[in-house]
Design a protein around this ligand. Structure first.
Ligand SMILES: *Cc1c(COP(=O)(O)O)cnc(C)c1O
Length: 370
């Protein structure tokens, strides 16, 4: 039986009646931009995350850009972020004319290593942007302590970690800003693009809210230059529906991960992912390391068995062509990231995976590796 890497219909069609009701409500009241659906969704996520300010936006990327704009980042300012992540992390920094400074990650957690961050702090460093990659928290206690020591801002790229906690605290709510994505492949997946910016700082929250609508307050008066980062009312209404089911989605991802960790334990040539101490991992991806140069062969084997899998990420940010002209210190010392780009393979872990499908994935990996 084919096993896709992700099956959005398996999640959305069982709640078709609720989603259709949300659609009809928005269709009939006709307020398509911001308005009460957005207010309601923002209230729902504030309660879910336990955060003071939630600003729903057009995408996770826009949440990152909006956070950087609200921190008044200037051209030449440096922002330290991991080399091993999705492009938007570094891309949002570069888009503001600031300088992304890439640091290496830990090979076990896939997340930034605080000693590498420390080594790349300069007088121009303005912020640290850790990523909670694949659904578990980076080492936030160490990162926050380092930021405090050097007077730096912290923007958490929580695109993959909505609801993941570390020592009981929600990722995304610990720094100055947290940015989430509701792209359909994220754990809280919308029916299109959407994102969220959160903060516990009232001034930053108010400023970001104004920047979301062209820096406009009151209407047609602009003290600042913002942009259009608005979320659709429809998307907010859909996400509010899906948030009601979110606990079960997370529990099923965690059950799938626990199954793989047991079924694949001890498989030669495979390093399994793990949750770091104190982390509640929500498994946006279940990512293997395949040793001995056999990653692409395993990928081909799974795909020919009709099992979906993908390499997140084959090219690290320091190796992207668009960043080739950054200063050498932005690009140096990312060897672990390069190694991971050649070893990682993510396998299906989405909530609706059946136990027969899980068995098939595990059997296919074991039959290959042995
Ligand atoms: C998905 C993702 C983003 C961007 O989110 P979009 O909603 O697709 O714009 C940013 N950072 C990371 C780590 C992501 O995985």
């Amino acid at each position: 039986m084919p096993v896709p890497l992700l099956d959005v219909n398996a999640q959305n069609l069982p709640i078709e009646a609720e989603l259709t009701e949300a659609f009809q409500r928005v269709l009939r009241h006709g307020m398509f931009i911001l308005g009460k659906e957005v207010d309601q969704f923002e209230a729902d996520v504030r309660a879910f995350l336990g955060v003071k300010h939630a600003i729903a936006v057009s995408s996770g990327t826009d949440a990152l850009v909006l956070a950087l704009m609200a921190l008044d980042l200037h051209p030449g300012d440096e922002v330290i972020c991991p080399a091993f992540t999705f492009f938007a992390t570094g891309g949002s920094v570069a888009r503001l004319g600031a300088v992304p400074v890439f640091v290496d990650v830990d090979p076990v957690s896939f997340n930034v290593n605080v000693d590498h961050i420390r080594a790349k702090i300069t007088p121009r460093t303005k912020a640290i942007m850790p990523v909670h990659l694949f659904g578990q928290s980076a080492d936030m206690d160490a990162i926050l302590a380092l930021a405090k020591e050097h007077g730096l801002r912290v923007i958490e790229d929580a695109a993959q970690s909505f609801g993941a906690t570390t020592h009981g605290r929600q990722t995304g709510t610990l720094g100055d800003f947290g940015a989430y994505s509701f792209f359909p492949s994220k754990n809280l997946g919308g029916l299109g693009d959407a994102g969220l910016l959160v903060t516990n700082d009232e001034k930053l929250g108010d400023y970001a809210r104004i920047l979301r609508v062209h820096g406009m307050a009151p209407k047609y008066y602009h003290h600042f230059v913002g942009a259009n980062f608005r979320i659709d009312a429809l998307q907010s209404a859909f996400l509010a529906v899906k948030l009601r089911h979110y606990a079960s989605y997370t529990a099923r991802r965690q059950a799938n991960a626990a199954f793989y960790l047991e079924a694949l334990a001890g498989t030669p040539g495979i390093v399994l992912p793990s949750a770091s101490e104190g982390n509640d991992h929500i498994w946006n991806q279940f990512t293997l390391r395949v040793l001995n140069g056999r990653r692409d062969a395993l990928k081909d084997h799974l795909l020919s068995s009709k099992i979906g899998c993908e390499v997140y990420y084959p090219v690290t940010l320091d190796q992207q062509k668009c960043f080739a002209n950054l200063p050498p210190t932005s690009l140096s010392g990312c060897e672990v990231s390069h190694q991971l780009a050649g070893e990682v393979l993510s396998i299906p872990v989405y909530p609706e995976l059946s136990s027969a499908q899980r068995d098939e994935v595990a059997a296919a990996i074991k039959s290959f590796a042995l």
